[in-house]
Design a binder for this molecule. Sequence first.
Ligand SMILES: Nc1ncnc2c1ncn2[C@@H]1O[C@H](COP(=O)(O)OP(=O)(O)OP(=O)(O)O)[C@@H](O)[C@H]1O
Length: 712
Amino acid sequence: MSEMPRLIATLGVRTCISPLFAATSFAHRIFLNPQVADLFRSLYLGTIIESGRRLGETLLDIVTSRMSHILLSLPLMSIHPVLVFVVKAEFSTGDFAYDWVLHYLENHRVWNESRSFKVVARNPSSRPNQSSGLGAGDGQPLAFFEPAPATPSLLRWKTRHFVPLTGVKSYWLSVNKSVAGYVHYDTEEEVGGTLVLRLWSRNRRILDEFVQSAREFYVQSKVRPRRVNPDKEPSGSLLTAHFPQADLSHDWILAYLRSADALQDAMQFEISTKQSDLGWGTGPKSDVRYMPAHDSTQQFLFTSPKTGRSTWLQVSVKPGFQTNWMNDQPTTGGSITITLHSSDKNVLTDLINCAREKYLEIGLSKVTVHLADSRGDWGKTITKPRRPVSTLILPSNVKEMILGDAREFLASEAWYNAAGIPHRRGYLLYGEPGTGKSSTIHAVAGELGLEIYFISLANPGVDDYSLANLIRATPSRCILLLEDIDCAFPSRDNGEEEPDIDQYGKPVWHQSAPPQSQVTLSGLLNVLDSVSSEEGRLTFATTNHIENLDPALIRAGRMDVKVQYKLADSVQMEQVFKRFFPLISNDASPFPVYTEVELDDYATKFARAVPPEVHSIAQIQGYLLTKKRDPAGAVEGVQEWLEAQEEEKRVLRELKERRKTEWERRMALMREEDEAIHKEDQGNGDEPSNGECTGDTERRSIGIQAGVGLDS
Ligand SMILES: Nc1ncnc2c1ncn2[C@@H]1O[C@H](COP(=O)(O)OP(=O)(O)OP(=O)(O)O)[C@@H](O)[C@H]1O
């Protein structure tokens, strides 16, 4: 080629002299040039080869279309070397493309023309597109037809495109499946294998079209895809989202999966009869709930209501575990992992929005309560039926006042911001047990559509640090419920705990002290005031002993509204009575029938008979439950019940008295013994140093802690 410029220059000069001479000389020189000659030789050879290939292909087309049945029975391996112009593609079992092609072949007309199959029934799960399970109730698995391993099959495949002159072209392809890939039914591990496809065309584009057709067919058939290990997938190909149990989004997803019946194909469940569990069962009250078994993985097709697009999701549910088997702590540490067969983040957004809507829809009839676990994380979530505010029996205006105040607070965020006051409000409900404090909070939550985040400060797993974490993890616009807030700071005056007394009046000593709160007052005050606390939160605290609370805790700004709950007065008693005995209009009722006037009369008599502000509504409710449907009987039996109540109180008082006396006697005895030992040691000149204890003293204290009472 380096001679080219010289040649052109010479030609230029010669052309000026004689054009004919110049042309002849140029052609001569060109053909003498070895590189140019090589070029012409290759073109010539290429033309012959291409013509040969086309001729061969046409002949092969004619022969194979006429004699396909003969060809199919030939060992094709021996023919392949002859077929120089084929496009070969390999698909390995661990890949989606393998599934597309195999599914396409299995369902395509061309495959049914094949004469070579491998029939499998033992392990249908090796075929991602086949639903597993036993056949139609006969206890035997179904049979599936796969390309036979190591036996090539010859198929005729039509392209999709119509070409004007030649029409729709079809091509021969041979499929050769090497050792079949399968999933071990125990480990679900893919064991290798390849599918080799040879397309009898030199045109790569035909292969592209084949794979594309297989892929589209697979997508359209909504075939359940193979299970994937998100960690092993190439990054960016599949989206994976984790929803930890401690986060509200976990419950959204759980609610959605449950409503979408996403686990209908699951094969491993944990069964729960607790209706409050957020499980998968959707049936009526009597039904059990089905929780996906530990680490189970399910797949289901999510159709976005926004775009109408369907995407396969793989859901792995890791149920929470009980951190402390000694007490009935809620489970914790669970999570849901969702892998999308898509890399489009919008699908994930659609899923989350959809799940949230479903959750809110379900929540309209329920109150959701999030429980703090013993590690200081938000653990299990339970749902309770909403309690109508009308069922609360409280002195006039109390419930209206609480509800109105909470409503106004939620609606006045802008005002709080403008005034520079943190948008949060605290309510302290205090008073006798069983007077309706907790019931009020549940009713308010239902009425305002808020979720409850429940923390027991007596929970040994909750300390200042975890309390701060828990509160930080609550969303805005929720109810933070701190029940029995006085338990957190038990009165430190009586360091020595008194023993219980058994039925014979003997002291029963505790082996270990009951769990005491790890939360300090300053820790609690800090989190209540913390600037990081979510705004728009209603904090409800309840206590039976307001007198034990530090004034700092209940000052305005921390506890803005304080409501006292008293034992039932006459009006409340009448109301409880009437709630228990609704009017029966049906004369055929097997229960005593009474008129409205009669019921009013019974209620008044009942309220007069029971002394006011002595019993809680819970106690009265307990009595009336024994007289269901019999208001007259309830009035008749009330005196007897009151006497039984008095007797019960007397026995308890007496037991307490005896326990106190016994405790004081023991303490005196121990002090005497200690003094005696002390004197004895002094006599021996054996003064024990401060803080040390003698063997005897040690024995006594161990005896008390180990629950061995000293004989009187
Ligand atoms: N004022 C009330 N109105 C309606 N039901 C009540 C009322 N007080 C108590 N009850 C009933 O008594 C039971 C106990 O009530 P609740 O738990 O609300 O009381 P509490 O004051 O929170 O008790 P504690 O201080 O022991 O936690 C519930 O079944 C509730 O329905």
